[in-house]
Ligand binder design. Structure first.
Ligand code: TMP
Length: 209
């Protein structure tokens, strides 16, 4: 059986990942492929419990390194119990964030040495990686204006503006260094225009598969 493909959507909060993930899944289904939509942190019962810890506030500082370890613990559960089995069954997997989020948030945001993240990444996942990643990019002000209208901020979202500037810059750097497996979409545009860009991109990825 033909393996499915693993597609990841990345970007800072407020860039419209959730609605675009659903659009991507619908497009893949309409191309007669089976698809699952999942997310990080999370995606399995254990990983969702770890997500709860990651996003909650305690009377104790959560160290950046602790975040890093919890993220990879959940990610391993997610990869082994959900992502790889689905791909083996020929399903496509569309995931809200994956490892590059860790390089962006814990690497650039929390300033943890990228080499340490890379070592843990290799130890946990070997060379397992997404087939394709879509980066939804928008200025930090635009993105936060959107979420502040919708809901309260979680522990990570309460970080300073400069934190998210570093996260955004790191995402752009990763995407620009790997043009063969990354596309950057301007998510500051109206949603309909963003959707058209994503559909054009998916035609290449899905229909040429
Ligand atoms: P979400 O906004 O996509 O639901 O993600 C929850 C938060 O987790 C978000 O603020 C980004 C953060 N995060 C990291 O800090 N590192 C990671 O590796 C991932 C996957 C998410």
């Amino acid at each position: 059986m033909k393996q499915g493909k693993f597609i990841v959507v990345e970007g800072i909060e407020g860039v419209g990942k959730t609605s675009n993930l659903n659009l991507i899944a619908k497009f893949i289904q309409e191309a007669d492929q089976q698809v699952i939509v999942t997310r990080e942190p999370g995606g399995t019962p254990i990983a969702e419990a770890l997500r709860g810890i990651l996003l909650s506030e305690f009377d104790e500082e959560t160290l950046g390194e602790t975040e890093l370890l919890l993220l990879f613990a959940g990610r391993l559960q997610h990869v082994e119990h959900v992502i790889k089995p689905a791909l083996k069954l020929g399903k496509w997997v569309v995931c809200d964030r994956f490892c590059d989020a860790t390089y962006a948030y814990q690497g650039a945001g929390r300033r943890i040495d990228i080499q340490r993240i890379a070592a843990l990444h290799r130890w946990a996942l070997g060379d397992f990686a997404p087939d394709y990643t879509i980066l939804l990019d928008a200025p930090v002000e635009t993105a936060f204006e959107r979420i502040l209208k919708l809901r309260d901020l979680d522990r990570i979202e309460k970080e300073k503006h400069s934190f998210f500037e570093r996260v955004r810059a790191q995402y752009l750097e990763i995407a620009n260094s790997h043009p063969e497996r990354y596309s950057i979409i301007d998510a500051a545009k109206p949603l309909e225009e963003v959707e058209l860009c994503i559909k054009a991109l998916l035609k290449d990825i899905v229909l040429t598969n």
